[in-house]
Ligand binder design. Structure first.
Ligand SMILES: Nc1ncnc2c1ncn2[C@@H]1O[C@H](COP(=O)(O)OP(=O)(O)OP(=O)(O)O)[C@@H](O)[C@H]1O
Ligand SMILES: [Mg+2]
Length: 271
């Protein structure tokens, strides 16, 4: 089967520093795949390369068999890959619905012939209404995006990716900064919204990883040291040793899988 995302021998240098070192990664179609690893391992850098926001120093990236290594972000987006950022990417002064409608219109416009564009507006509206339900923001339809809570803004971010019609989603720390209840809700939204799509996400919280991922890859100092089911990864002595080395012996909140904060407390990343 052709992978949804295939990364071959990917290298990224910043000056003399080699941040990614021959990364190989294969994400199956419709798989939910989590990328974990200590701070500074190169996870966001890898996302930047896949989404076209930065160029690799060497290696190759394929989306459903097509070489996207040298494409610009807009071209990769048109091929159905959407990426959410850690900070929200919506128009703060537009309503939730208008944000979604914009994303849907732009996506449709790119795929349509000029004579089809006359029907574009209505199709985009219908699509935006569906996405509104998919990400649980129906009650906030007419709210100005800038007034949403943090968790709602992340839901809108996910909605923008869905409205763009993406079949493959890259989510970078989708639950960072959320409390327990918000994170649990976000996991459910992501699970429902990514059914039938391919998901690659960076996530520090092993509860979230366990709740969502079919497989997990572990990136340590620019190298993938293991790929497997969440259970296999959590039990892998090499992975545990790598985390122990990088986190000074503290597994709490990472591979231990138990965050000891209480409901209502804001969860951070592993800093
Ligand atoms: N534009 C850049 N120029 C120079 N160094 C960079 C640049 N971007 C990232 N780096 C470095 O590359 C390394 C990997 O960074 P990256 O943001 O990919 O890590 P990460 O795994 O996403 O970490 P975190 O878990 O903290 O988000 C870090 O040492 C970072 O300082
Ligand atoms: Mg990062």
């Amino acid at each position: 089967m052709i992978p949804a995302i295939a990364v071959h021998r990917l290298d990224k240098r910043f000056g003399a520093t080699r941040i990614l070192r021959g990364v190989d990664l294969s994400i199956e179609p419709h798989e939910r795949h989590a990328l974990i690893g200590p701070n500074g391992a190169g996870k966001s850098t890898l996302f930047n390369l896949i989404a076209g926001a930065a160029r690799p120093s060497a290696g190759r990236i394929e989306l459903y068999g097509a070489d996207i290594t040298r494409l610009v972000p807009a071209a990769i987006c048109r091929r159905g890959l959407a990426r959410s950022f850690q900070t929200t990417s919506c128009f703060a002064k537009l309503s939730v619905f208008d944000n979604l409608r914009c994303a849907a219109q732009i996506a449709n416009r790119d795929r349509m012939r000029w004579w089809q564009r006359f029907t574009n507006a209505r199709a985009a509206d219908e699509h935006a209404e569906q996405v509104l339900d998919a990400v649980g923001l129906r009650a906030r339809r007419d709210a100005i995006a800038g007034t949403l809570s943090y968790a709602e803004q992340r839901a809108l971010d996910l909605g923008l990716a869905l409205a763009s019609g993406a079949h493959t989603l890259l989510l970078d720390e989708p639950t960072a900064g959320m409390n327990r209840a918000e994170a649990a809700h976000a996991v459910e939204l992501i699970r429902a919204a990514t059914a039938g799509r391919t998901l690659l996400m960076v996530e520090h919280d092993m509860d979230v990883v366990f709740g969502l991922a079919d497989r997990v890859s572990v990136l340590v100092r620019g190298e993938v040291i293991a790929t497997g089911t969440p259970e296999a990864i959590r039990a892998d002595p090499v992975v545990r040793a790598a985390y122990l080395g990088d986190l000074g012996g503290d597994l709490t909140g990472n591979l231990g899988g138990h965050l000891d904060d209480t409901d209502g407390a804001t969860r951070g990343t592993t800093r």
